[in-house]
Design a protein around this ligand. Structure first.
Ligand code: ZN
Length: 318
């Protein structure tokens, strides 16, 4: 039996405006901008990475800002919520913080015994903060605008909305090694690896709901962790065995990736933990300049000319 994925690696979403994206996620949510680069498949647009101090797998939320593209629609065949883990005691702090930045939020509710605070970003991206006290070893970004004790500790989970639960469940469980750990009404919870925050996928079963449309304000894909290239190779074989159409390994500079669509329609990726974000910038300097992979560096002048100028968040914001 091949070892399953270790948990969530990153989530990539689509936004409308690079500057508004930088401001929301670094200044309001207090995530660290760990990499400003371009979309390797379309170098005329940015690819922006946020995370904890060094962008540990399981903390990384990335954006393709697609200016001028239509707004997406949340629905089935989509990842409809990205949830971050915070200490349970920090829920009131975050309610106040979101309010003071005029971010509308829903009343908190309980889910699997944990407190969930739901809100959206400027493009309608579905976000949640989940009060959770299983965050040992996850510190978040401690030099941002959010006090260290309240900092986001990386992902809690991702929620997929699906028409046919079983189709997606078979991919999660039989191919990627997740296990079903709970059910509340039409929500089914799966964990990978060691379990707990950062390894959780919830599937909400909505047989009669409208299908989603992936564009601005929705999730583009969800990436899971492979320990290394060898592990990824084993997982790729499992994906092939399941008759899913998977790409060859693609070099994403900071990790190596394979992509496939799960049976409900969500684009999945399996990405390696290595080499990480410090291969082209020192840990102190992450996200302070436009980083380009070696194969695009020779076109830097032209690429920079075609990108909208952005002002990067201050390293330390009082
Ligand atoms: Zn990705």
């Amino acid at each position: 039996m091949v070892k399953g994925v270790l948990g969530l690696h990153h989530v990539t979403s689509i936004s409308s405006d690079p500057q508004k994206t930088l401001d929301f996620y670094s200044k309001i949510l207090g995530l660290r901008l760990i990499k400003l680069t371009v979309n390797y498949d379309d170098p005329s647009t940015y690819h922006v990475y946020f995370g904890d101090e060094i962008g540990h797998p399981g903390s990384v939320l990335t954006f393709f800002p697609w200016s001028g593209q239509p707004r997406g629609r949340k629905g089935t065949g989509q990842a409809t919520n990205t949830s971050f883990s915070i200490p349970q005691e920090s829920i009131p702090y975050w309610q106040d913080r979101l309010k003071s930045h005029s971010v509308s939020q829903e009343a908190t509710r309980k889910r699997f015994g944990e407190t969930v605070l739901s809100f959206e970003d400027q493009d309608g991206q579905g976000l949640e903060l989940v009060g959770n006290n299983e965050n040992e070893g996850r510190t978040g970004w401690t030099q941002g605008p959010v006090p260290r004790e309240h900092a986001i500790r990386g992902f809690h989970s991702v929620t997929l909305s699906e028409e046919v639960l079983e189709r997606t469940e078979s991919v999660l469980v039989d191919t990627l090694g997740f296990r079903l750990v709970g059910q509340e009404e039409n929500r089914f919870r799966y964990e990978a690896g060691k379990g707990a925050a950062g390894t959780i996928v919830d599937v909400v079963s909505r047989p009669n709901a409208q299908r989603g449309f992936v564009s601005v304000g929705t999730v583009h894909h969800v990436a899971f962790r492979a320990a290394d290239d060898e592990h990824q190779k084993d997982l790729r074989q499992e994906i092939v065995k399941a008759d899913l159409n998977v790409t060859p390994v693609i070099n994403r500079n900071y990790f190596h990736s394979i992509y496939f669509r799960e049976r409900g329609g969500v684009l999945f990726e399996v990405a390696t933990d290595q080499p990480g974000f410090a291969i082209d910038e020192s840990p102190e300097q992450l996200g302070t300049r436009l980083a380009l992979p070696p194969w695009l560096e020779h076109s830097r002048a032209e690429i920079e000319k075609n990108l909208a100028p952005v002002s990067l968040p201050n390293r330390v914001v009082a």
